[in-house]
Design a protein around this ligand. Structure first.
Ligand code: GLV
Ligand code: MN
Ligand code: MN
Length: 423
């Protein structure tokens, strides 16, 4: 079969630059956090670009932006691709964004070539992949895969608003979330993403075929002491919640041996120079490809928090906001990506993902694979995040060819995926 046209690099560059212009001017880098007006405006622009590319666009009850290109074969189960366009505070211009704009460009290449897939092609800009003010990540892909529950919707943000209310403000419909859940009949999900680490660049390989995605367990610990006068309260009489939280953060660092763990956010109350901290909320996470390691980490961190509280006469409580297991990719999807890269003369690198992705959630609905492109100096979640346009173009071309290969996969294999036998 003839090759698809190459991605139009000038158009991709323009798209990247335009979306980057939707940013919070008061925040560092290229900040476009979920539920902000900048994110809403950016996603409206993405919807327009989807429509111009010939996709049928809708916003679902979880405020996922979904563009559909109907397939010719009337086959059940769609081929899905996409990622997210929200960023972390002080984030960059490529994380997630390359996967959404790249998917739209891949759809354009298919249409230009008049190459109709047998399955519907669905491009998704998932709502809020990055951890939000409520401590939850991957809001949209959780909803699509049936993993966004009432408990999540009740989570409260710093302004007292619930996640459910925030979702409604983004155009979602929390009371209709059950309808946003997709059946587990995906033909496959393929996500293009920047690596966010240094491996591809150091190996001088432009394409990575992802082998698996780490599991991520996220916790919120509340440490309660007593707010007191910072000048008159003797050191021995204090119940300083922040000193306790500092010990918890150090314990988390120590327990990270064999995996990774990070305390990324603290909220200190009352938060004044001259008041002994009375209460601290501490958000932390651990990641590993080994579920057993994550479980052990969870038990150990709970014991440490309790022991620190007892020693310092502090109240403590611990809740787990999310516990995502590690996932492996589906062999035949990875093989399709590998074959697509080789068709361009590239010998791709097999690479695990230490970053979380919407793909982890989509893997609950069907076969899943991911394509990585290099990140300069491995930097990500910072304004310096960078991927060369040529590498992005190669990634889009590999994505598009992978979608075509996956489209040919025979349907009787679905039963194998459901029973975990898929290869
Ligand atoms: C997503 O960016 C993550 O936290 O890995
Ligand atoms: Mn990210
Ligand atoms: Mn991302």
């Amino acid at each position: 079969m003839s090759r698809l046209p190459s991605p139009d690099l000038a158009r991709v560059r323009d798209d990247l630059e335009t979306l980057a212009s939707y940013r919070d001017p008061e925040a560092p880098g290229w900040t476009r956090r979920v539920f902000s007006r900048f994110d809403r405006a950016g996603r409206q622009w993405v919807a327009q670009r989807m429509e111009e590319a010939g996709l049928r666009v809708e916003l679902d009850a979880a405020a996922n932006l979904i563009g559909r290109l109907p397939g010719a074969g009337g086959l059940p189960g769609a081929i899905v691709t996409g990622s997210h366009t929200d960023t972390v505070h002080g984030g960059g211009r490529y994380d997630g964004i390359v996967g959404v704009l790249g998917a739209i460009e891949a759809a354009r290449c298919l249409r230009t070539a008049q190459r109709e897939l047998r399955h519907d092609l669905v491009v998704v800009d998932f709502l809020g992949e990055e951890p939000n003010d409520f401590g939850l990540s991957c809001v949209g892909s959780r909803a699509i895969s049936g993993a966004l529950d009432e408990g999540h919707l009740a989570l409260l943000g710093p302004d007292g608003r619930s996640l459910g209310e925030a979702l409604a403000s983004a155009g979602g419909e929390p009371s209709a979330l059950a309808g946003a859940r997709w059946p587990d009949d995906l033909h496959c999900y393929v996500e293009l993403h920047i690596e966010q680490g240094p491996v591809l660049e150091q190996a001088r390989v432009p394409i990575g075929v992802v082998t698996g995605i780490v599991g991520i367990h996220r916790l919120l610990a509340r440490i309660e002491g007593q707010p007191d006068h910072a000048g008159t309260t003797p050191m021995g009489l204090r119940r300083d919640a922040l000193s306790g939280a500092a010990e918890v953060a150090l314990a988390i660092e120590r327990l990270a041996s064999g995996g990774v763990a990070t305390t990324g956010r603290l909220e200190i109350r009352p938060g004044a120079h001259n008041v002994v901290p009375g209460e601290v909320d501490l958000w932390a996470e651990a990641r590993s490809a080994q579920e057993e390691w994550l479980d052990n980490f969870g038990h150990s961190v709970a014991d440490e928090i309790e022991a620190i509280g007892a020693r310092r006469h502090l109240g403590t409580s611990l809740s787990w906001i999310s516990r995502e297991p590690p996932v492996t990719v589906t062999g035949w999807v990875a093989a399709a990506i590998d074959g697509a890269a080789r068709s361009f003369g590239i010998e791709p690198l097999k690479i695990p993902s230490g970053a979380g992705h919407d793909a982890s959630h989509m893997a609950r609905l069907g076969p899943m694979g991911m394509v990585f492109v290099p990140s300069r100096a491995g930097r990500s979640h910072c304004p310096e995040e960078w991927t060369d346009l040529e590498d992005i173009g190669r990634g889009i071309a590999v994505l598009a060819e992978s979608l075509v290969t996956c489209d040919q996969r025979e349907e009787e294999r679905r039963g194998r995926w459901r029973s975990g036998l898929d290869d």
